[in-house]
Design a protein around this ligand. Structure first.
Ligand SMILES: *Cc1c(COP(=O)(O)O)cnc(C)c1O
Length: 353
């Protein structure tokens, strides 16, 4: 006889797997570059998940990790520290499983994300400072007898790097391309989970693809990668989803081949250029990805090495109408995108203003 609480866990895992079966894979979109460049650039469109970002994969993995680890049961309150997107996806899965969900988010989180978390039945607790989210989430989990999903520690543990992940999907979708083994894959690092999973998968299956990370101003990751120090801290990033004030445990510097700091004005310019070329408006971390990808494209051209680069569309711009897509919001923060936009348009051979 299976006891009722064990039966609930078995059913919850079945629910998560059924959700995955109902969902389609995300597209790999080709970003048009001049053909004589002999480099192909692709965006894996992670914004097309049911909850609108690459955190859909992570949230599913974190719930499974908690369930198979015996930490989540029918009456468990589930808690997370998040800058928004993870909490949106986790609120969706908590509702699917009938669990109470509490998100601890920084006060700067976009109102659209808060609306989405609440629409899925999640509760939001805001803290003043992005470094305060961890302690507050732990505390709430302790006082409610709940479970702290802890994306920043668990992202690279909960995701299987051998198979069934974003990397396996990318390689499958490249099968019929001119350059099916990309020279580079470019991603940002928030938890570090995505770049860790892609890099581990690449090594495990014997590909030569190198992993590059775009790091925003104010993030600790570039320096931590360069110096090998895990104890460093920084002021914090203004690009939602990527860059951290401390080195998270899911960020694995040893599997990353290149880290580049990207100014915020360039990231936001990149976001607009992606919109112009793909017809889909992304969030700012996708702009950071474009900037690093284009630098690597130029390097491949200089080195006369044809090939391909894959990067990610992480989420959609609709979440950021009042911020990154709002010119007075940018001006009040002293962010100037115009010189970067002009430079990018010139580089890509599109109209200049
Ligand atoms: C989380 C996030 C990232 C970075 O992904 P990680 O796997 O956490 O490193 C990039 N962009 C957006 C919009 C995100 O929410």
């Amino acid at each position: 006889m299976v006891n009722p609480s064990r039966r609930w866990v078995i059913n919850a895992i079945r629910e998560l797997n059924a959700e995955a079966t109902r969902s389609a894979d995300t597209h790999l979109l080709r970003f048009p570059l001049p053909t004589d460049w002999e480099v192909d650039l692709y965006f894996k469109d992670e914004s097309s998940h049911p909850t609108g970002s690459l955190k859909h994969r992570l949230a599913r993995s974190l719930f499974l990790f908690g369930l198979v680890g015996g930490r989540i049961e029918a009456s468990t309150t589930v808690v997370e520290a998040s800058s928004g997107s993870t909490a949106v996806s986790e609120a969706y899965f908590a509702r699917l499983l009938g669990l109470t969900f509490v998100a601890v988010i920084p006060i700067s989180t976009s109102s659209r994300k808060i609306e989405l978390i609440e629409a899925y039945g999640g509760k939001c607790v805001t803290v003043r400072n992005s470094t305060a989210v961890y302690k507050e989430a732990e505390q709430i989990a302790r006082t409610t007898g709940g479970y702290y999903l802890d994306q920043f520690s668990n992202a690279s543990l909960a995701t299987d790097w051998r198979a069934n992940n974003i990397a396996s999907s990318i390689y499958e979708q490249l099968a019929d391309e001119c350059h099916p083994e990309p020279t580079w894959i470019v991603a940002g690092a928030g938890t570090g989970g995505t770049c860790s999973t892609i890099a581990r998968y690449t090594r495990y299956w014997g590909y030569r693809t190198k992993m590059a990370v775009g790091d925003p101003e104010g993030s600790v990751y570039e320096k931590a990668w360069r110096t090998g120090r895990a104890d460093l801290t920084a002021s914090g990033s203004r690009i939602e989803g990527i860059g951290r004030p401390r080195v998270e445990r899911s960020f694995l510097p040893h599997v990353i081949d290149h880290v580049q700091t990207v100014p915020d004005g360039a990231s936001i310019a990149g976001m607009h250029i992606v919109h112009e070329h793909l017809g889909l408006a992304p969030g700012p971390s996708t702009g950071t990805n474009l900037i690093v990808a284009l630098e690597l494209v130029q390097k491949m051209r200089r080195d006369q090495t044809p090939g391909s680069i894959v990067t990610l569309m992480c989420d959609r711009g609709e979440r950021y109408h009042d911020s990154y897509y709002n010119s007075s919001w940018l001006t009040s923060r002293g962010i100037d995108t115009a010189p970067h936009i002009n430079r990018l348009r010139e580089q890509l051979g599109t109209r200049s203003c």
